[in-house]
Design a protein around this ligand. Structure first.
Ligand code: G1P
Length: 278
């Protein structure tokens, strides 16, 4: 297991997206577009940029649009072939040719840890990345956030979580870590708490939706009791690895938008609009 390269990226995508109702009544929240591109496609492109070629998507009921998106639409291709509109499909066609997609369903919504465990059948016994598509990341200066994390993984060969500083009052929205700095921007995690009240937060460093996990996490999740909100939390499972010194938090370079909230979504839209039109 130790020397296996990270090839696969898991996308938990079974959630209901209640914060975006009614938009998410019949459309998966991962398919909401920032400009013209669905959130999930941004995530897949980030994974490809990091050298990953196998996308493992954990879906649920009502998520078929995701599978159709990452597939050829013959009717559409036929209709616009040779017209001035053909270029609109170039980017997604490119994505489809660069990687493979596999799917499994999370039958019950029992939390992010449970969603990740549902993906075990697609991952097997190898290290893998996890992208939460509603955390949209961009690094104008250079490598994507996942590329940066793969570099850290290559050096330390243990689980990696991406973190950023948050205002302490927001600690109850995130997994929050504490640890010891081992290099610039790298912290060996010794404690992590899911969505603590500000008064209980071990620091102001919050986990964002990018992880690299070693496959021993699956057995740990199986043993993890429901935590915050009665859900099986990946943060709680990772704490077990952290106790053995096997989790590193990485302060990434770049920006992250919380597209699970309307404010973050609007911010991301403005940011990408400016980026594309300047
Ligand atoms: C999940 C994780 C949390 C993490 C967050 C990042 O929470 O449980 O630890 O900080 O993603 O977006 P969710 O936002 O799914 O409630």
């Amino acid at each position: 297991m130790k020397n296996k390269r990270v090839r696969k990226c898991l996308f938990p995508a079974a959630g209901y997206g209640t914060r975006f109702l009614p938009a998410t009544k019949a459309i998966p929240k991962e398919m909401l577009p920032v400009l013209t591109k669905p959130l999930l496609q941004y995530g897949v492109e980030e994974a490809i940029s990091a050298g990953l070629d196998t996308m493992a998507i954990v879906t649920g009921r009502g998520k078929r649009a995701i599978e159709d998106h990452f597939d050829i639409s013959y009717e559409l291709e036929h209709q616009i072939k040779g017209t001035s509109k053909e270029h609109y499909l170039t980017e997604i066609r490119d994505v489809i040719t660069k990687c493979t997609f596999s799917y499994t369903r999370q039958i019950e919504m029992k939390g992010l840890g449970h969603a990740i465990l549902s993906g075990e059948t697609l991952i097997g016994d190898e290290p893998f990345a996890v992208i939460l598509a509603d955390d949209l990341c961009d690094n104008e200066e250079g490598d994507s956030v996942l590329t940066q994390m793969i570099e850290v993984y290559e050096k330390y060969k243990c689980s990696i979580v991406a973190v950023e500083e948050i205002p302490l009052k927001d600690s109850n929205k995130y997994g929050v870590i504490a640890g010891v700095e081992i290099e610039e921007s790298l912290i060996r995690v010794i404690n992590m708490v899911e969505k603590p009240d500000p008064k209980d937060a071990p620091s102001n460093l919050a986990i964002i939706g990018r992880y690299i996990l070693t496959p021993d996490i699956f057995d740990i999740i199986r043993e993890t009791k429901p935590g915050k909100g009665g859900e099986i939390q990946i943060t709680d499972a990772l704490l077990e690895l952290a106790k053995e010194g096997k989790v590193i938090a990485y302060k990434f370079k770049g920006r992250r938008f919380d597209c699970g909230s309307v404010d973050g979504f609007v911010e991301a839209t403005n940011y990408f609009y400016k980026k594309e039109t300047l």
